[in-house]
Ligand binder design. Structure first.
Ligand code: ZN
Ligand code: ZN
Length: 329
């Protein structure tokens, strides 16, 4: 019976409905008016959209188990390791860095906007280097391995990625004065939106979301981010406000005449857990082994994916340049 009890608790946890059930059992709906109460209503949105997406795919006979299997397997594994390291990492950063904050903020609306802009900046930094430093790409590539887009992709991450992402993001935000309660509210909103932008074509075909496409980062922009088309590689690193992509020149709209090809550029097997999880680390290890001298070995770790000690680079930047030159002719 303990097995079923655990399974039940896991399901409630995944769906994010624990607090709602408690409210229903105690009849204390006043909690809905608190911030926690609002979170408890929003939390189940993504898991339920994911279920809806699967049901729709089933109805339209487009459901393929391969599209969901790997993200779920990874979710289950991460569930037990990543989350706890991540919470500890955030708490540690706050404890150590809060006294060095450059300014003080409160829960006023204008600090909320300030906090969000700072958060997006910190997210941009983490995400940009996740694509541009080979070692970090090894951690981030698990998220880019799926070759179709659907809400389960939001759960596909290497287990060490969340802790290191949270250390970078929390440190920057705390140092720039975003106070912890404000940070948690922003993390919650951003986490929910960050999941939603993985909604697949099965549920929302046109990810542009009308006029929203002009003011925020939509599923369309994030689909572009997950594409391996030369023009789309290493673009749209933001999450909700794409100001920093516009500032740093990494903003890219989805083109109507360019079909998105999801996945990473290396030959791989998206149905093989080891390849999805450790494939890039293995490739890095092979490159380091064959590189001559300590300097080129170290460069493989910090240079962008595609860098080669022979000078025959195949980085996203060069692939894109070659594509654009070809377009012009
Ligand atoms: Zn990415
Ligand atoms: Zn993503």
């Amino acid at each position: 019976m303990a097995f079923f009890e655990t399974l039940y608790q896991e399901l409630i946890g995944f769906l994010g409905i624990g607090q709602l059930i408690e409210m229903y059992q105690t009849g204390n709906y006043k909690a809905l008016l608190t911030l926690n109460g609002i979170f408890s209503v929003i939390s189940p949105v993504i898991p339920f959209l994911l279920l809806l997406e699967i049901v729709r795919a089933l109805v339209y006979k487009k459901f393929k188990i391969e599209d969901y299997k790997m993200p779920f397997l990874i979710f289950v594994i991460n569930r037990f390791i990543s989350r706890f390291i991540s919470i500890a990492a955030v708490a540690f950063c706050i404890g150590v860095l809060e006294k060095y904050a450059l300014i003080g903020t409160t829960l006023k609306w204008y600090w909320f906007i300030y906090g969000y802009v700072v958060w997006e900046f910190s997210h941009f930094i983490y995400h940009y280097f996740g694509h541009k430093v080979r070692l970090f790409w090894c951690l981030h590539s698990t998220h880019h391995a799926p070759q179709t887009m659907n809400l389960s992709v939001t759960y596909a991450h290497f287990f060490l990625e969340a802790p290191y992402a949270d250390v970078i993001r929390t440190s920057i935000c705390i140092l720039l004065g975003v106070n912890p309660p404000l940070l948690f509210i922003i993390m919650f909103i951003d986490g929910t939106w960050g999941s939603f932008i993985h909604v697949g074509e099965n549920l929302i075909k046109d990810g542009r979301l009308g006029f929203l496409n002009r003011i925020v980062l939509t599923p369309s922009h994030h689909r572009v981010h997950h594409a391996k088309n030369p023009l789309y590689m290493d673009t749209n690193f933001c999450n909700l406000l794409n100001i920093w992509d516009k500032v740093f020149g990494t903003f890219q709209q989805e083109k109507k005449d360019m079909v998105i090809e999801y996945g990473i550029s290396r030959e791989m097997n998206p149905g093989n857990f080891w390849d999805v999880y450790f494939g890039e680390l293995y490739c890095l290890w092979k490159d380091i082994r064959k590189a001559p001298g300590i300097k080129s070995k170290l460069l493989y770790i910090v240079m962008p994916p595609g860098w080669s000690h022979t000078g025959d680079h195949k980085t996203a930047k060069l692939v894109k340049q070659a594509f654009l030159q070809q377009e012009q002719h």
